[in-house]
Design a protein around this ligand. Structure first.
Ligand code: 13P
Length: 249
């Protein structure tokens, strides 16, 4: 049985006050069955989040890292620094970083390795654009992004990975993939994984992301190959995020 994971990606949003609200609210939350929950706030809030989330089911996540341990990289943050802070998960390959900051598959791979080296669990984000979907290329694009990273990792490293399928056309648009579309892609990712590491394919956690909210989470999470969600907008509303975590149970 795969344990569900609900991850909240705050992107460049949130406030110290919202961190406190999450800490207070989740301190009293009983989740219906084992489920992992992680919040990825912007870097300046990690310290406050570490205190506010203590004693709650919330783990600490980061949104990116630099592949180097240290050095002349103005504005960047390394995996070692994040690990020192108690960060357990980090996103790699989010489409906003691929598109706005031109992160290539190779750079995504370097970030994944950097995270694994310091014991942080990467959440590898993959997904096709609307043009790619319309051209019938969705599966090729997604499996290329998955394969570029997964096929190069050692078996032990692969076991630290989570993959989030986030169709770019569903992110922040209110246009969710249908449960069938999401399930179809998840099954393709799992089949692909099985082609070179069958034992892992069963254990690999696959998340859906893209306009997931308190109303549609249950239906998406009910799909056989969807093991959780990567939530953007709805992860900034504590009651909605709590409801999604409860649906995962
Ligand atoms: O990009 C996302 C999470 O990483 C999804 O964002 P939305 O839930 O706002 O569509």
């Amino acid at each position: 049985m795969r344990k569900p994971l609900i991850a909240g990606n705050w992107k460049m949003n949130g406030s110290a006050e919202l961190i406190e609200t999450f800490g207070r609210t989740f301190a009293g939350v009983e989740l219906p069955s084992p489920v992992d929950v992680v919040v990825h706030p912007p870097f300046p809030y990690l310290d406050a989040a570490r205190s506010a989330f203590a004693g709650t089911p919330l783990s600490l996540g980061a949104q990116t890292l630099n592949p180097l341990h240290s050095g002349a990289r103005t504005g960047e943050v390394s995996g070692q620094m994040l690990a020192e802070f108690g960060v357990e998960y980090v996103l790699a390959g989010h489409s906003e970083r691929r598109q706005l900051y031109h992160e290539s598959d190779e750079q995504v791979y370097e970030r994944v390795i950097a995270a694994l080296t310091v014991g942080i669990r990467p959440i590898l984000c993959v997904g096709e654009t609307l043009e790619e979907r319309d051209a019938g290329q969705s599966e090729n694009v997604v499996l290329r992004q998955v394969g570029y990273v997964m096929a190069r990792l050692e078996p032990g490293q692969r076991r630290m990975m989570t993959i989030a399928y986030e169709p770019v056309w569903a992110i922040g648009t209110g246009r969710t993939a249908t449960p069938e579309q999401a399930q179809q892609m998840m099954a393709a990712i799992r089949d692909y994984q099985a082609s070179f590491d069958p034992a892992l394919a069963d254990a690999l956690r696959l998340l859906y992301g893209g306009s997931m909210n308190a109303s549609n989470a249950q239906e998406l999470l009910a799909q056989g190959d969807i093991d959780g969600g990567l939530i953007g907008g709805a992860s900034l509303k504590v009651d909605d995020f709590k409801a999604i975590c409860q649906s995962a149970g």
